[in-house]
Design a protein around this ligand. Structure first.
Ligand SMILES: [Zn+2]
Length: 335
């Protein structure tokens, strides 16, 4: 009986946990049509359903090897506290990324003012939860909100997460409103620093990626969701060439498997570059764990054990084991 391989737990830096209910809705339309179903599902949520269903889904995450999660949360404060209880039950470290939402979406998501939003952040922090700021997107937040939230996050040394460049339409609308692309607007409004994480960046152009690199910000890629929603191809090589930190997220939770996220990250880059080992295994492991923890402001999180006798892994030389975990196995190798 060989001893287990101990790894740092994987960190799920971007989850909308209630969206797991939509994983079987596979037909028709595009991102925007899916979003209508997603908003209807959000409107059904209660503190009780979040407490119950998030505990189940967080349990799936824990079993798959995630030991920390960033919940990008726009369902309300009571539901945020319920998510905190659910994470505790599942044994996951949690950062609640409380969403600021000025316009669009569901009335339920919105605050009246940025002052109200910051008061919500303060209330949640006072309750003992680990909290980050999350202006939802440049679609949902006007420039004045972004400026105030960026300043607050900087003053309080809090993580700041924001969606950007997932869909081309968002970029077109941002250019029409502001004359710049989303990541340029985030930079202009003071939202980018080493504590910042831009979620997706699927359609970011080279100038936007240069801005991220200069700011020391990270990008969270959510490969299985981006594939499921037809968003486009993650710009893995262009991020890596600039030394931009990458973390991963299960996002809509259509799949809960950090090894699948990391394998999609690497194989997407291999297809695009037509070569192997775009990211070596140590780099993939860092993307899956340390970068996510830093993005969420988490300093310690549980390790996991991998079963080297699992059929996906047995018989391998020790030197090949980590490569087989990351490129040739699913999360059922986690003990
Ligand atoms: Zn998201």
């Amino acid at each position: 009986m060989s001893s287990p391989l101990v790894l740092p737990g994987f960190v799920n830096a971007h989850s909308h946990t209630f969206q797991r209910a939509l994983r079987g809705r596979t037909t028709g339309g595009d991102f925007w049509a899916w979003r209508e179903q997603m908003i209807a599902e959000a409107e059904r949520q209660t503190p009780e359903s979040v407490r119950r269903d998030y505990a189940a889904t967080y349990g799936e995450m824990r079993a798959a090897g995630y030991t920390a999660v960033g919940e990008f949360h726009y369902l309300g404060l009571d539901e945020a506290r319920a998510a905190g209880e659910a994470a505790q039950e599942a044994g996951l470290e949690l950062t609640v990324l409380l969403t600021a939402y000025a316009r669009g979406g569901s009335p339920r998501f919105r605050q009246e003012s940025v002052t109200e939003y910051l008061a919500q952040v303060e209330e949640l922090r006072a309750s003992g939860l680990r909290v980050g700021c999350a202006p939802h997107s440049v679609r949902a937040c006007p420039a004045e909100w972004l400026e105030e939230i960026g300043q607050y996050a900087m003053d309080e040394d809090l993580p700041l997460h924001v969606h950007a460049d997932e869909q081309l339409r968002e970029i077109e609308e941002c250019v029409a409103e502001h004359g710049v692309r989303p990541i340029e607007l985030l930079n202009r409004t003071g939202c980018l620093s080493p504590r910042s994480t831009v979620v997706h960046a699927t359609h970011a152009d080279d100038a936007e990626l240069d801005v991220l690199a200069d700011a020391g910000a990270r990008v969270c890629l959510c490969l299985t969701t981006e594939g499921n929603l037809g968003d486009g191809f993650a710009p893995v090589e262009r991020l890596k060439a600039r030394g931009i930190g990458i973390c991963i997220g299960s996002d809509s939770n259509v799949r809960i498997d950090p090894l699948e996220e990391l394998r999609e990250l690497e194989t997407t880059a291999r297809r695009a570059s037509r070569r192997r080992e775009v990211c070596d295994v140590e780099t993939l492991l860092r993307f899956g764990a340390d970068e996510g923890a830093a993005s969420l402001g988490i300093e310690s999180w549980p390790d996991i054990e991998i079963d080297p006798q699992h059929p996906s892994l047995r018989g391998l030389d020790h030197a090949d084991l980590l490569g087989a975990v990351l490129l040739g196995a699913s999360s059922d190798v986690v003990r």
